[in-house]
Design a protein around this ligand. Structure first.
Ligand SMILES: [Fe+2]
Length: 195
């Protein structure tokens, strides 16, 4: 008699393009979509540098703020609602967990590389895009040195948390991370509306 062996369902049911489509169903603001795309590109590059699952980390980056418009600035619900939305869409813990925990104000810090990398990418992405904007929207003209200089200016892209960005030092040197982040955004410049 043939024994029934349940087929393991891969918890990551959607890849990048599907994740982008899903994000588009819940988020209308173009700048927020660009923020998610930028965070995802940096997450992918970070995963590659750390020998982690780049496809997974990219999807987490794309979807991390999926609830942002839904919670409408109620940061107490941010992350929880996103995790519920993604659970309903068929994602497993390896996606819903980091999305929920990236609300570190509510959940505190963990030592998990994916959690640290997500909150860092969440902050550096805006700073690197801001560097491009002061260069007329040209990410091609942004270098590691641009980021190094601008990050010291606390008034520049003030919403990007410098202390949070520094947490990447657990895994790599800051200049290497700046270079990685710039290269990641240069790689998707058309998607970000940059040159
Ligand atoms: Fe974000």
């Amino acid at each position: 008699m043939t024994k029934f062996i349940p087929v393991a369902v891969h918890p990551l049911s959607m890849e990048r393009d599907d994740a982008i489509r899903l994000l588009g169903k819940h988020v209308a603001k173009e700048s927020l979509i660009a923020h998610c795309r930028a965070t995802a590109a940096i997450m992918r590059a970070t995963a590659e540098a750390l020998n982690e699952d780049a496809d997974l980390w990219e999807v987490i980056g794309i979807l991390h703020d999926i609830d942002y418009e839904e919670v409408d600035e109620d940061m107490e619900r941010h992350g929880d609602v996103g995790a519920d939305m993604l659970c309903a869409a068929g994602f497993g813990d390896e996606v819903t967990g980091p999305v929920q925990r990236h609300n570190y104000v509510k959940y505190g810090d963990t030592d998990a590389p994916v959690d640290v990398s997500l909150t860092v990418a969440d902050n550096i992405s805006g700073l690197v895009i801001a560097c491009a904007m002061v260069k007329g929207g040209s990410i091609s003209d942004v270098t590691e040195k641009t980021v190094k200089k601008k990050i010291k200016d606390r008034a520049f892209a003030a919403g990007c948390n410098r202390e949070r960005i520094q947490k990447i030092e657990a895994y790599m040197e800051m200049p290497a991370y700046f270079a990685l982040s710039v290269a990641a955004l240069q790689g998707i410049k058309e998607d970000l509306g940059l040159t």
